[in-house]
Ligand binder design. Structure first.
Ligand SMILES: [Zn+2]
Length: 404
């Protein structure tokens, strides 16, 4: 571990927090006939003793992960509503009175977020590395460059932006410092960089260890993302907690001094400090709780199987694969994963090789669901209200607490 440098502060002084074993890339849903080509990589969370940033000690090359991925943001109504809310709020707070404001989305996926800005009268530009997904966005009228965003790409852009959005990608970035420099370069003097990231403090509070996967190289708290932003002469001036992805922060960032620091941000930072979220002791508790979740879930699965029950996995999110691989749950225990994203039809899950079936093509229902997409708890229980009434069990291996 000694040769590895902290992605935020360059220190080499780390402590191991949680070892989830060797796992394939969690988004690597695979055709059954291609299983022999599947590769596994270490999945370990380590803690930088210098700047407190938790991160992975191993990077799968971005070209291997982000050119062929099959994640589409537009597939859930919860996310759709979230994108709408973010665009509304950003336009109201920061873009009033501007003529044709222009918005850049880094890692724009299928253009779902930009579509909301476009509806509100903004000009939009997306940058998305996955070829299929960026083609899809262009076909839907969202101007999208099929590329990785970094300083070089930023230098090639001819305009600067009133808003730069990065939702759910800021922890993927292998070229973190180049991306930050690029954002600094193309953000207008009064522009706002809106970053959304899964909040490590809430991962700790919820024992959401399954948010750890190879795409997420970094796990931020307000303290650690501030360390990163300051290195690039950017300043967070406001932040709010969002329930999205099981507990995220939406941070609002500008050039230093451009806007006043909000009381809301100050309060969140105080809460974070009081919770000990940046201490190795809190991380050790988190790792212990992850092992306890494993013991409890396996007991539930074994009890049901012993009683002749059939269990399916609900959803096939990337984080579900972290959980299934860590718990060693395969198709002998979880018969199918039910999913709505049609790109995953006919594939099996990476590592555990559980077949994926479309949830509108089920020929028989299970007795119980192990809910892998636990962050959509309300949406799932609503959609399955009839099944719940008929006695079907929905088990949540990770339970978002009241703190989100
Ligand atoms: Zn560090």
């Amino acid at each position: 571990m000694s040769s590895l440098k902290c992605r935020v502060c360059d220190s080499t002084d780390f402590e191991l927090v949680l070892d989830l074993g060797d796992q394939p890339w969690g988004n690597g849903f695979i055709r059954p006939e291609k299983l022999s080509s599947e590769k596994s990589y270490p999945l370990k969370l380590i803690f930088c003793k210098t700047c407190s940033t938790s991160q992975l000690d191993f990077t799968i090359a971005k070209e291997e992960m982000f050119i062929d991925h099959t994640y589409l943001s537009g597939t859930t109504s919860t996310l759709q509503k979230h994108f709408e809310d973010v665009a509304q709020s950003v336009c109201t707070r920061f873009l009033k009175g501007l003529e044709k404001p222009i918005v850049l989305d880094v890692g724009s996926n299928d253009g779902t977020q930009l579509m909301e800005y476009k509806k509100l009268g903004c000009e939009v530009l997306g940058v998305e590395s996955a070829t299929y997904v960026s083609d899809f966005a262009n076909q839907n009228g969202i101007n999208t460059l099929n590329a990785f965003f970094n300083l070089k790409l930023a230098e090639s852009l001819e305009q600067k932006f009133d808003v730069i959005n990065a939702s759910g990608v800021f922890f993927h970035l292998e070229e973190l410092h180049s991306v930050c420099s690029g954002i600094k370069l193309v953000l207008k003097p009064n522009g706002v960089f809106v970053v959304q990231f899964i909040y490590m403090k809430l991962m700790q509070d919820n024992t959401a260890f399954d948010q750890i996967y190879h795409e997420h190289l970094l796990y931020y708290t307000l303290k650690t993302i501030t360390t990163l932003l300051n290195r690039h002469n950017l300043e967070m001036f406001d932040a709010e907690i969002s329930e999205i992805h099981g507990g995220s922060v939406i941070g609002f960032i500008g050039h230093p001094g451009a806007r006043p620091i909000s009381d809301r941000l100050t309060n969140l930072i105080n809460e974070e400090n009081e919770s000990g979220a940046n201490s190795i002791e809190r991380y050790s508790e988190f790792a212990k709780a992850a092992h306890e979740a494993k013991t409890k879930t396996l007991a539930w699965v074994d009890f049901n199987l012993a009683n002749g029950k059939v269990i399916y996995g609900l959803g096939a999110p990337v984080k579900g694969n972290t959980l299934l691989n860590f718990f060693r749950l395969g198709p002998d225990k979880i018969k199918f994963l039910t999913e709505r994203n049609p790109l995953r039809k006919g594939l099996v899950s990476p590592g555990m090789h559980i077949p994926v079936i479309m949830d509108n093509e089920l020929t028989e229902k299970p007795d119980a669901y192990l809910v892998l997409a636990w962050n959509f708890k309300a949406e799932i229980l609503k959609r399955h209200s009839e099944d719940v009434l008929n006695g079907m069990e929905f088990y949540f291996p990770v339970n978002p607490g009241s703190k989100t």
